[in-house]
Design a protein around this ligand. Structure first.
Ligand SMILES: Cc1cc2nc3c(=O)[nH]c(=O)nc-3n(C[C@H](O)[C@H](O)[C@H](O)COP(=O)(O)OP(=O)(O)OC[C@H]3O[C@@H](n4cnc5c(N)ncnc54)[C@H](O)[C@@H]3O)c2cc1C
Length: 474
């Protein structure tokens, strides 16, 4: 997120001084690292949580269209990065990977068919395919059908030009380029506090992770892009807009397979349906991942719980985030989300054979010896104050900005890195309202559809999708 914001800001205001502070010795090692997230270019092509079924049986498509629209902004921005040689080449961070949804059981088959009907003619979903025929599904993804009992109702959809993104590699490339363009990347330094000075600027207190030497910098604008720890840092800044917000950490584990005989037979990201109570990000999926030129398969994530807000965080993160102003919303969320708590307890207690059962539901002939566990990144779900319910659990991303626009921060992890470009443009719109009109032309160079919706213009949507697919190799 910070790498994206820094890159966009540098294009808009090349003379502004940018300092990036990172507590680890390398950048992009937390949630953005390739093995800590699923690398799905989230565009609702396969994630069923964006298309819930209404009580009357119809399919709500608004969230799916909104997420896809956001992803088109990221695609356009990445296309700009590639054409302006700001990243080495598209294969360094993005690979084509068809996006599939796969369900079994008559009720789920009906749902998937209705979802397909609801989306297939939308300009951003043209090309979506649907099949209930096991042979067709096997031609799309053979592992799903190998060893499966005959006669079971099955259905799948496929969108050929989906993507697998290495957000860690992209972050590193962007920050390397920013650094060569004059920005300062201060790694091994932790931001310990943020204090508003009488002048209106922020005093950012730092501590070196090696030697623990303290230091300070002053900045007129601060973006708190600390991933899961953004909540705690925003609380430290004292901005009133963060009051009432809380965080609920969910950890995760994948099953990973590197066996080339298996990986060569699966070229897709296949999303299933979530179990009851499961948070949307815990929907199981069987994914092709391409990281540093090597192909693997990931299955999961299996959700878990630790009170840490970062994978390399502290056991005290959750407790440190509990304040008088967010206790009410946090307790309200705990009371309202019993099914989530039950789901997490079940996941925590799941044995290896129960985990394998979930894999066998997707890939019936999977050999356990081919799969090993890999710890995923931490997600901190946003608990948001709510006038009626006191607090609600929000699965999306929340941008928090101070009233004077001098500070912004990002909470939440979904749809996540896929939407870094549109979310960071929102940050700029909210924090620099006086400049945004002057930046419009440059923003439109980076994102040609900026200020419009591709959904409203099928021809523009087609041209944009074709151009970005051709430049990014999708
Ligand atoms: C299991 C899982 C699966 C996911 N799958 C997807 C997916 O398929 N597609 C998708 O688009 N998104 C996915 N996401 C979400 C995505 O990973 C995140 O939205 C994204 O990586 C967040 O980027 P970020 O820059 O905000 O945070 P991070 O990448 O976590 O970066 C935050 C940085 O801040 C640093 N930091 C923290 N505290 C301090 C401090 N006090 N001082 C200095 N530095 C600090 C950290 O070390 C870290 O480098 C997934 C996440 C998880 C956990």
């Amino acid at each position: 997120m910070s790498a994206t914001l820094g890159t966009i800001l540098h294009e808009l205001e090349p003379t502004w001084k940018i300092l990036v502070v990172e507590k680890r010795s390398g950048v992009g090692e937390e949630s953005s690292n390739a093995w800590n997230n699923a690398g799905t270019g989230h565009s609702a092509l396969c994630e069923l949580n964006y298309t819930p079924q209404r009580p009357d049986g119809s399919i709500a498509t608004e969230s799916a269209i909104a997420v896809n629209e956001q992803f088109q902004v990221s695609r356009q921005f990445w296309t700009y990065l590639v054409t302006h040689k700001m990243v080495p080449n598209p294969q360094s961070f993005i690979h084509a990977s068809p996006h599939m949804s796969f369900v079994w059981g008559q009720e789920n088959v009906e749902y998937l068919r209705s979802r397909f009907e609801a989306l297939k003619d939308h300009p951003l979903f043209l090309g979506l395919e649907f099949s209930e025929d096991p042979m067709t599904i096997a031609s799309w993804a053979p592992l799903l059908i190998d060893g499966r009992h005959k006669g079971e109702p099955l259905a799948a959809t496929r969108f050929a030009s989906g993507s697998d993104v290495d957000f860690g590699a992209l972050s590193r490339s962007l920050l390397e380029r920013l650094s060569s363009a004059g920005a300062r990347i201060l790694s091994d330094h932790r931001v310990t506090s943020l204090t508003k000075k009488p002048s209106g600027e922020w005093l950012v207190s730092l501590r070196s992770e090696i030697g623990h030497t303290p230091s300070e910098v002053t900045a007129p604008f601060v973006f708190v892009g600390a991933g899961g720890m953004s909540l705690n840092l925003l609380q430290k800044s004292g901005i009133k807009e963060i009051r009432g917000y809380g965080g609920f950490p969910v950890s995760g584990v994948w099953l990973r397979c590197d066996n080339p005989e298996i990986t060569s037979r699966h070229k897709a990201k296949v999303y299933g349906k979530a179990s009851v109570g499961a948070p949307p990000m815990s929907v199981p999926h069987l994914d092709t991942r391409v990281v540093e030129g090597e192909t693997s398969l990931l299955f999961g994530p299996y959700a878990g719980f630790t009170p840490k807000f970062l994978k390399y965080g502290s056991w005290f993160d959750l407790f440190a985030s509990i304040k008088w102003h967010n206790i009410g919303p946090m307790l309200a969320v705990a009371a309202q989300n019993f099914s989530l708590v039950t789901y997490l307890v079940k996941e925590l207690l799941a044995t290896r054979s129960q985990k394998l059962q979930a894999l066998w539901d997707f890939y019936p002939s999977a050999d356990p010896d081919d799969w090993y566990e890999q710890t995923a990144g931490q997600r901190v779900q946003v608990i948001k104050p709510d006038p009626q319910k006191i607090g609600v659990l929000q699965f999306g991303t929340e941008v928090v900005t101070s009233a004077d626009g001098s500070m912004a921060g990002l909470l939440g992890a979904s749809p996540g890195a896929s939407t870094a470009a549109p979310i960071m443009i929102t940050v700029l719109e909210r924090c620099f309202p006086d400049r945004i009109a002057g930046w419009k032309k440059t923003l439109q160079k980076m994102v040609p559809s900026y200020g419009t919706a591709l959904s409203d213009n099928p021809e523009k949507a087609r041209v944009s999708q074709e151009k970005t697919a051709s430049v990014l190799g999708l």
